[in-house]
Design a protein around this ligand. Structure first.
Ligand code: VY7
Length: 172
C-alpha cells in the first residue's frame, strides 16, 4: 500500500465548541492566525470546500503549503489547490509516511478526520459565540492532553490557550 501522510488537525474553538457562524470564524484573534501559520507552514493543508471558500482571497491558496480541497464535485475549481474527492484521498496525496498533513477545517472534515488523526492542536478561546452554526468535534477518552498550554490574553483582551492532544494512531 502507498505510504500516506500522518494526520493532524488544527482548529480554534470558543465556549461550547463553536468554530463558525455564517461561513466565518466569529472572532478576531491575530495571535491564533500566527499560531496556525507557524504550525502548518511547509506541510500540506487539507480543507473542506466551504473552508476554502471562507479564506480571504489574498490567502488563497495558503502560501508555503500544498493546498488540498475536499469536494464531492470533481469539477470544482479551486485555483492554486488540488481538488480531491475524499479525506482519504487527500491523506494519500499528501505524501510520505513520515510527513504530517493538517486538516484545517471545517466541521464536517474534523468529524471525518477524528478516526484517522493522531494529533490535535486546539486553540481554546474564552468567548461566547451566540448563534454559532458549526462546532468542533468531540475529543474522546482515547486522546491525551499532552500540553495544556498556558493561559494567554490577546491585545484585544480575549483569553485563550493553545492545547496539544495525542493518541496512538489507527493505521489506514
Ligand atoms: C482563518 C484567516 C482569517 C482572516 C484573515 C486571515 C486555527 C485558524 C484555522 C484556519 C485560522 C482560518 C486569515 C491568516 C494566516 C493565513 C491563513 C489565513 C496563513 C485553523 N487555530 N486557526 N483559519 N489567515 N484551522 N486553526 O481559516 O484565517 O496561515 O498563511
Amino acid at each position: 500500500m502507498a505510504a500516506a501522510a500522518r494526520l493532524g488537525m488544527i482548529w480554534a474553538e470558543a465556549i461550547g465548541g463553536a468554530i463558525g457562524r455564517d461561513g466565518d470564524m466569529p472572532w478576531h484573534l491575530p495571535e491564533d492566525l500566527a499560531h496556525f501559520k507557524r504550525v502548518t507552514i511547509g506541510a500540506p493543508v487539507i480543507m473542506g470546500r466551504r473552508t476554502w471558500d471562507s479564506l480571504p482571497g489574498r490567502f488563497r491558496p495558503l502560501p508555503g503549503r500544498a493546498n488540498l480541497v475536499v469536494s464531492r464535485d470533481p469539477a470544482y475549481d479551486a485555483p492554486g489547490a488540488a481538488v480531491v474527492a475524499s479525506l482519504e484521498e487527500a491523506v494519500e496525496r499528501a505524501g510520505a509516511a513520515d510527513a504530517r498533513a493538517w486538516v484545517m477545517g471545517g466541521g464536517q472534515l474534523y468529524r471525518a478526520g477524528m478516526p484517522l488523526a493522531d494529533e490535535l492542536v486546539v486553540t481554546r478561546i474564552d468567548l461566547e459565540v451566540p448563534d454559532a452554526d458549526t462546532f468542533a468535534p468531540g475529543i474522546g477518552p482515547e486522546w491525551t492532553l499532552v500540553d495544556p498550554g498556558e493561559p494567554l490574553e490577546s491585545r484585544s483582551a480575549i483569553r485563550y490557550r493553545f492545547e496539544r492532544w495525542e493518541r496512538v494512531p489507527v493505521s489506514v
